[in-house]
Ligand binder design. Structure first.
Ligand SMILES: Cc1cc2nc3c(=O)[nH]c(=O)nc-3n(C[C@H](O)[C@H](O)[C@H](O)COP(=O)(O)OP(=O)(O)OC[C@H]3O[C@@H](n4cnc5c(N)ncnc54)[C@H](O)[C@@H]3O)c2cc1C
Length: 452
């Protein structure tokens, strides 16, 4: 697929008022794309100020091309992105099983941007607020949602009510918007896994003769697999920064917060007896770690409200396992798709746009979520004897249906026929199911139990 064209001047104003809740990557993308497509946008975020939170995050070619449409953004992301040639996969004892390279993928599908979540977020946030002038309200915590036939809105902490033609609820895994969409309070569930996470200056790594291979020749990416645990280390910015994540079993109650901390000694227990290189990385790691309890839910039956003026986007609709490496990318695709649907529908048919948004996205997202389950199972239950004969069994699945995809172009090409099916069926549940089925991805090689 060829690289997308940079943003053209906004098309005519559509007159559609869009309220976006949550300035994560789903909400920011929805806001920027809605602005690009001529809608009038207000973005509400509960955080009172912007902070450089998080550590490593990945944007695959399917979302990189969305960044590339925003003038100046990809250029800022590039120098702070991780640029390893490939991923080396090892056993927990340190035996190398395979190195998977990216050059062919990059040549045909485009590059990825992997880097610090806070640094990337700041660039995108500033693009939305300072470059495009989008109305962003920090310190605006949404308490509740409402809708009627003619509009939708939110109630803020403190009592202020704000209305619009459509509300895009992108407030992450603890979404309050889910209540009006599902009709009941939906509590997040523990996935049974948690991730220890760390990001630090690579200076100490590069000084150690046994570790300097991780930083000396640019960026490196190495993954160690053990029983129901994996540990992935990456150097970033030409070996200046270092980050690792360790996904492990965890049966504690979930507190989905990026501030949660765990002492380094907790990770040492999980990784006891692993490759001496892993032990040395731990020796150089500052304590405490971030302890991220993974939330993973069954797919929501729907992402849109009964009145079809409120839609869930990103993690609010579909949290991802990190092994899919698609959570942030799918969140961005949601935003790009919603903006196209609204423009194609026009101000008088906003509800149709919301229904088409769900139909266009639902099966693709579900299929992408499955890739994370499958990689986790392959990695965490790895049969090393079999992998020595056929190391390819452990490679990360990288497939065209998922990565060589342009959400904006797909929505433009498929909006009309999706709406046709919705209209033919009177817009009811059966029509929605038929419309969703039109967008089951093709060519899902390697994935089991698809859409069963
Ligand atoms: C602070 C933070 C750090 C993260 N760090 C990483 C990381 O290092 N690596 C990684 O892979 N993923 C990280 N994630 C998760 C990752 O960004 C998401 O999984 C993915 O990008 C999908 O984004 P999202 O926009 O759907 O959700 P989120 O990124 O969770 O964004 C949701 C936004 O909504 C806001 N919000 C929530 N409730 C309300 C409310 N009631 N009213 C108004 N605003 C509200 C939140 O403050 C947040 O800004 C982080 C998320 C957060 C919030």
């Amino acid at each position: 697929m060829t690289a997308p064209q940079p943003s053209t001047p906004p098309p005519q104003k559509t007159g559609i008022r869009v309220l976006v809740v949550g300035a994560g990557f789903a909400g920011l993308t929805a806001a920027i794309e809605c602005h690009r497509h001529g809608h009038s946008v207000t973005l509400l975020e509960k955080f009172p100020e912007l902070k450089l939170l998080g550590d490593i995050i990945s944007f695959a070619p399917n979302s990189s091309r969305i960044f590339q449409r925003w003038p100046g953004v990809a250029e800022q992301l590039e120098p702070i992105s991780h640029r390893a040639d490939g991923l080396t996969i090892k056993t927990w004892t340190g035996e190398t099983l395979l190195t998977q390279t990216w050059s062919a993928e990059e040549a045909s599908w485009g590059i990825r941007y992997d880097g610090h979540r806070g640094e990337f977020h700041e660039i995108v946030y500033r693009h939305a607020r300072d470059v495009l002038g989008i109305d962003v309200r920090l310190g605006a915590r949404v308490e509740d949602y409402f809708e009627d036939e003619s509009e939708a809105g939110v109630l803020l902490e403190g009592g202020e009510r704000i209305t619009a033609d459509v509300v895009l609820a992108a407030e992450g895994v603890r979404s309050r918007g889910r209540k009006i969409v599902l009709g009941f309070e939906d509590k997040p569930k523990a996935s049974g896994y948690a991730v220890y996470r760390s990001w630090f200056d690579a200076d100490e790594i590069s000084k150690d003769p046994d570790l300097k291979f991780l930083t000396d020749y640019g960026d490196k990416h190495v993954c160690w697999l053990g029983p129901d645990v994996h540990f992935i280390a990456a150097s970033i910015k030409k070996g200046q920064d270092f980050s690792w994540v360790c996904t492990h079993k965890d049966d504690q109650d979930i507190e989905e917060s990026w501030q949660l901390e765990a002492p380094l000694s907790d990770a040492r227990k999980v990784l006891e007896g692993w490759d001496p290189i892993v032990q040395k990385i731990l020796d150089k790691t500052p304590s405490p770690l971030i302890d991220w309890k993974l939330v993973y839910r069954d797919p929501l039956p729907t992402w849109i409200s009964g009145g079809r003026r409120i839609a869930l986007l990103g993690d609010a609709a579909h949290p991802f396992l990190p092994t899919s490496i698609q959570g942030a990318s799918q969140a961005m695709e949601d935003g790009a798709t919603a903006a196209v649907c609204l423009r194609r529908a026009g101000a008088d048919r906003v509800q149709e746009a919301v229904a088409a948004f769900e139909a266009l996205r639902y099966e693709r997202v579900r299929s992408a979520q499955k890739t994370g389950e499958q990689t986790r199972d392959i990695w965490h239950k790895a049969d090393f004897a079999a992998a020595r004969d056929n190391p390819d069994r452990l490679r990360l699945r990288r497939e065209a249906w998922l990565l060589d995809f342009d959400a904006e172009a797909y929505a433009e090409a498929n909006y009309a026929r999706t709406v046709e099916v919705l209209r033919e069926g009177g817009g009811g549940e059966e029509a929605m199911m038929r419309a969703r089925k039109m967008h089951v991805p093709e060519g899902r090689d390697g994935y089991l139990e698809y859409n069963d």
